[in-house]
Ligand binder design. Structure first.
Ligand SMILES: [Zn+2]
Length: 104
């Protein structure tokens, strides 16, 4: 599966911008940390991009011989999703939203 980093390297300027915005939405904002790091939390963003791709892939047929093409399509869809969602102001990563909604 493609990583967020690879998608960034291979992506067009639009894709790069979308990935930057996605990464920027993952700054550490834990209440206990008094000074959040200025850099995006790429580790979390990377993890959530993978989960996002898996969610999209899960919607496809999981047991097909041409799994590679399904993975490719899911990756493509995930990037298309980032492109669309990062156009919105104050967008939130759907994986983060799901995390926050479920009780700890
Ligand atoms: Zn997230």
């Amino acid at each position: 599966m493609i990583t967020l980093h690879e998608a960034f390297e291979q992506g067009s300027a639009d894709v790069k911008a979308a990935i930057q915005a996605f990464g920027a939405s993952h700054q550490s904002t834990e209440p206990e940390s008094e000074c959040p790091p200025p850099e995006p939390d790429w580790k979390t963003a990377e993890k959530h991009f993978t989960q996002l791709t898996e969610v999209i892939m899960g919607a496809a047929i999981p047991h097909r011989p041409d799994r590679t093409s399904i993975v490719r399509r899911a990756e493509h869809e995930a990037i298309a999703f980032l492109l669309a969602v990062t156009q919105q102001t104050n967008f939130r990563c759907p994986i983060c939203v799901m995390r926050h909604r479920s009780p700890q």
